[in-house]
Design a protein around this ligand. Structure first.
Ligand code: NAP
Length: 294
């Protein structure tokens, strides 16, 4: 049993608070308050992205909260329209300008770009330069399949610290996790409370799922809290999104209990093997390459 904020150590020794606030689909006008609420409630990690169009509001939240910037792990992602070496360096400059910070704690490539993977590789090499220059403290990827990771590892020098992928009780991603583990890459889970299922009208509802409801009753927790504890008990990083103060606080209140191995396995067994979202490999510059503003 633990009551302290769990951290994970990245493959370059950097310490990352395992639970963070996600801000995908947080409207710009809601984002600053969400970040302030989260940091003042005790969160020490925020996950944003250039393509969420709310980095400036995240930055405003960082400045307004009663917490030093140095005590917050700030993570953002480069979008595919900024792939290529010089383009990625410029994308980083856009992100730090909007966030109002000098360094990023973790910078990810948001997606692979399978149709032009050479641009993905070139962008990753820019991340390696930023790491060598001390502009970012760690680098990683998101939505990279085992095959894409193999190619990236073969053509670049630094093993990503993190691969951020869709992962929740309905989509537990055993193959991708195993490959991340093999390379010492931390698995970070997007849609950790199955948000992608909710957004996309899937019939499954984790908040009425009997296994999660019953475990919640046992521990005096909600199904969302049980799901987040499951992530932490697996050693993942998880970045639940909410703009509602009570849910932001609820999602952090998961450090005072742990699940047994059998309980973790009972949640693992909810896996449907079906993604709640579009295939990340289906994205192209033509379909999704919207420009990121200066
Ligand atoms: P999520 O965090 O699993 O779920 C968010 C949804 O659940 C929102 O609709 C939120 O609504 C609601 N919610 C939050 N806390 C709740 C609670 N305690 N009880 C009931 N409902 C609750 O899904 P997500 O936003 O898709 O993923 C989380 C983060 O992962 C994103 O914000 C983003 O940072 C990252 N992400 C990354 C990628 C990628 O491609 N790398 C893709 C998607 C997401 P309210 O806001 O109204 O509370």
């Amino acid at each position: 049993m633990t009551s302290t904020y769990p951290h994970v150590t990245l493959n370059n020794g950097v310490d990352m608070p395992a639970l963070g606030l996600g801000v995908y689909q947080s409207k710009p006008e809601e984002t600053t308050d969400a970040v302030v609420t989260a940091l003042n409630a005790g969160y020490r990690h925020i996950d944003t992205a250039a393509a969420y169009f709310n980095e400036a509001e995240v930055g405003e939240g960082l400045r307004r909260a009663d917490v030093d910037r140095a005590d917050v792990f700030v993570e953002t992602k480069l979008w595919i329209s900024d792939y290529g070496y010089d383009e990625a360096l410029h994308g980083f400059e856009k992100s730090i300008r909007k966030l109002g910070v000098d360094t990023i704690d973790l910078l990810l490539l948001h997606q692979p770009l399978p149709s032009q993977f050479d641009k993905t590789i070139a962008a990753y090499k820019a991340l390696e330069t930023l790491l060598a220059d001390g502009r970012v403290r760690s680098i990683g990827v998101s939505n990279q399949s085992p095959e894409e990771l193999d190619r990236l590892l073969a053509e670049t020098s630094i093993v990503p610290a993190v691969n951020q992928i869709q992962l929740h009780p309905y989509y537990t991603q055993p193959e991708w996790r195993a490959v991340n583990d093999k390379h010492g890459i931390i698995t970070q889970c997007w849609s950790p409370i199955a948000g992608a299922y909710t957004y996309n009208g899937n019939e499954k509802n984790p908040f009425t799922e009997p296994t999660l409801v019953e475990l919640g009753q046992k521990y005096g927790k909600t199904p969302a809290q049980v799901m987040l504890r499951w992530h932490l008990d697996h050693g993942f990083s998880a970045i639940p999104k909410s703009v509602k103060p009570e849910r932001i606080r609820e999602n952090l209140d998961v450090f005072d209990f742990t699940l047994t191995a059998d309980e973790v396995a009972s949640i693992d067994a909810l896996n449907t093997g079906v993604s709640g979202s579009i295939d990340p490999d289906s994205l192209t510059l033509e379909s999704h390459g919207m420009p990121i503003p200066e």
